[in-house]
Design a protein around this ligand. Sequence first.
Ligand code: BG6
Length: 478
Amino acid sequence: IPVDPFDLVIFGGTGDLARRKILPALFRRFCSGQMEDESRIIGAARSDLTRDEFRQIVAEAIAEFNTSKDCETGTVEAFLERIDYVNVDAKGEDGWKELSDLMIPGRVRAFYFSVAPSLFGPLAERLHAHGMADADSRIVVEKPFGRDLETARALNATLAQHFDESQIYRIDHYLGKETVQNLMAVRFGNMLFEPLWNSQYVDHIQITVAETVGVGGRGEYYDRSGAMRDMVQNHLMQLLCLIAMEPPAKFDPDAVRDEKLKVIRALDDVEPANIVRGQYGATKGAQDYAHDVENPRATSESFIAMRVNISNWRWAGTPFYLRTGKKLKARSSEIAVIFKETPHSIFGAEAGRHRNILTIRLQPNEGMDLDVTIKEPGPGGMRLIDVPLDMTFAEALGPEGEDVPDAYERLIMDVIRGNQTLFMRGDEVEAAWAWTDPIIEGWETRGDRPVSYEPGSSGPEDALVLIHRDGRRWREIR
Ligand code: BG6
């Protein structure tokens, strides 16, 4: 369904995120017919470019990063027609008048802050000063949203001076992933799971986001963040919330976000013994973490595993194990809900007691499977085996399941439609920092250092111990 004509201004329009994600996502939405012809995308950055030069950058970004197969030839030219460019100085006065002259009154306009957080304030201020912060405007901000509670509060306060909360879209791109949304569909669209979704039936839950890449060219940023700030405070926390929250009364922004916030507030503090931090070492032909971030004394972590408890009626007694890291053995993200064993085996001790496992695969191979116990075929008596009921989207849904839209496509269109359900509210972000801050401060005061792990492995040995101690084991990363 096409969205109403809009103007999307991308501050930092020539930057990495714009080229890799934002522009290709908009192009795909254009190909699918969701963007009306009058809609415009306006790049805004410091570089002194002409409109044609910026269009060239956009064309190159599409050639390099668009993965969709369903764009017809000729669409790139039509898309480029929608592109404009203004040279704007975020901290000065240059370009602002030109930008405001371009705006069409009464039309939805979104300002995407794809820039360093230090520019959020100056940009919001200037948009306001130049009459562009009206009721039709919304702003989109990227992570990192602060680096602790104090900085996140300050950012929220700055944005709140010029924009209402209903106009602020804080992106966590994990919420735009198709399977993450499916998590809510599965939980609240079926009768089957919800009655069992509690500590009485669920033994534990594992959330794994494993990457094969290292820190890439982002060493400086990454070393200041580590996996805790880069992944746990936001992406893993959001997954945890969606898995653990109470059913919202409706699928509406505040109803969903209220429930997520309650989960964050119910998280216990994490004891140091329940966290393992790792740093990847060197391997043949590749240097170690400290070299990658160009800091021989780097103390931040590229891997983290932790046991988290939610102290509320539903989850007390069911631990959540979270794990994320770089340079691991496979790129694989999943949530596994491991149910309790059957209380008794009517088939005798040798048949064993079995458990169901629901696995939601975020990437790759988006889909779900549910391990169920059945009789092993054949005349050999009542032997039981566990087999997965597999729903791989690409197989179950045909071509539509194969061409899964990128998270940014969904999220940007939601901004235009004015739907904040899949965006983080200010209080949610602050609550997440309030939970992570003491953990990070603890490492700093104690001078804790991450342990080393082998690139291409499943992470440090200590992470295995963390879960073995509880008589459980990690799901294999594959
Ligand atoms: C980003 C992190 O937010 O998410 C990166 O900053 C990480 O370090 C990335 O690699 C992972 O996203 P995805 O979509 O590839 O799982």
